[in-house]
Design a protein around this ligand. Structure first.
Ligand SMILES: Nc1ncnc2c1ncn2[C@@H]1O[C@H](COP(=O)(O)OP(=O)(O)OP(=O)(O)O)[C@@H](O)[C@H]1O
Ligand SMILES: [Mg+2]
Length: 336
């Protein structure tokens, strides 16, 4: 696929998707450069899949505009589709077919020449280390193997932009690391642009050049992961206590406490020189007769960035897996 030179891989302006009263994606604007690995990080229901669905032309925006590889997602949907690869959140492989047949089918759908498709199948299957499984039926594959095959399939027609919706969800740490290394390799060797959604902070942190943190359909922060974390400044102190509100009142008054937030039975403080502050804080708690169960100190993480902007951690925002599943089943039913 010939990349349209000089344009950003993705340009989004005021993109909105409403489902009745719910703004699943709410006035999102962003630009992604060619060759970037860009992460959309957010809890269940944040709007990540809906945003991607509009970019890959599967859902029509309610308002706003988006261009992918210079093509308008509404006016030039065919051109957009030709120039992208997609790995969906829910597996879309044919279980009864072999890995080879799944890839062959994909090549045919993209009107690839038979010989060219054959050569590419060899190439992509090698990249995801599934050569010895090429002629096995997908039904016999593990979750990690299926994911790797789906990535291979997304790459078969040499897309300029690859969309990966939760590529490592539910996989073991080793398989996740493998998938990250393929993604890095695709970026390095092919200069491909990769848009990845995740609710794993480590994935966003280690893999992505830039991260947009998304919550309730809105981008609440967007930058390099390191810049997002540095922007908070200082250290994070997490204090487990049954009386977080009382402690917050006492500690929040101290000049060197930048921010104090109660959530999920603990108190989080942003402070300078964290190690030196712990004894002072414990002394104040002791004098007030407030029990402290544990204290931990760490440098800011992306979850602290999320907490800073939303007052909750990503984990707390997550609905239960069952609820998430139910919402997805309902959404599928609605979209037929
Ligand atoms: N077809 C639909 N009809 C109505 N509501 C929908 C539909 N699709 C999604 N939603 C709602 O839009 C919101 C965003 O959903 P979306 O699937 O984009 O979230 P997500 O960030 O991808 O979540 P997850 O991490 O669980 O995949 C949710 O509240 C969801 O229930
Ligand atoms: Mg999703």
């Amino acid at each position: 696929m010939q990349r349209t030179e000089g344009v950003n891989a993705i340009e989004v302006e005021g993109l909105t998707k409403r489902f009745g009263a719910l703004a699943a994606v709410d006035n999102v604007s962003l630009t992604i450069s060619n060759g970037e690995i860009f992460g959309l990080l957010g809890p269940n229901g944040a709007g990540k899949t809906t945003l991607i669905s509009m970019l890959v032309t599967m859902k029509r925006p309610t308002a706003g505009h988006a261009k992918v590889n210079g093509y308008d997602v509404q006016k030039q949907a065919d051109k957009v589709r030709e120039s992208i690869g997609i790995v969906f959140q829910d597996s879309s492989l044919d279980e009864e077919l072999t890995a080879y047949e799944n890839l062959e089918l994909h090549g045919a759908m993209y009107n690839m020449d038979r010989k060219e498709a054959e050569a590419r199948i060899k190439e992509v299957i090698k990249m995801v280390e599934l050569e010895d499984r090429l002629h096995h039926i997908v039904k016999t594959f593990s979750g990690g193997m299926r994911r790797r095959l789906e990535i291979a399939r997304g790459l078969l027609h040499c897309p300029d932009v690859l969309f990966l919706d939760e590529p490592t969800i539910g996989l073991d740490p080793q398989t996740r690391q493998h998938i990250w290394s393929y993604i890095k390799k695709m970026q390095k060797e092919r200069g491909i642009t990769i848009v990845i959604t995740t609710h794993y902070m480590d994935e966003a942190d280690l893999l992505c050049d830039r991260v947009a943190i998304i919550d309730h359909g809105k981008i609440i922060a967007l930058d390099k992961s390191s810049a997002l974390k540095d922007s908070l400044g200082g250290d994070i102190l997490s204090i487990e206590t049954p009386c977080s509100d009382k402690l917050k009142e006492a500690f929040g008054k101290l000049a060197w406490v930048g921010e104090a937030k109660c959530h999920d039975g603990s108190l989080t403080l942003r402070v300078t020189k964290g190690e030196q502050r712990i004894p002072v804080l414990m002394e104040i708690a002791r004098k007030k007769g407030i029990a402290v169960e544990s204290v931990s100190l760490h440098k800011p993480t992306l979850d602290d960035v999320f907490l800073h902007y939303t007052g909750k951690t990503i984990r707390e925002e997550e609905v239960s897996p069952n609820e998430s599943l139910r919402a997805r089943v309902a959404s599928r039913r609605r979209s037929g």
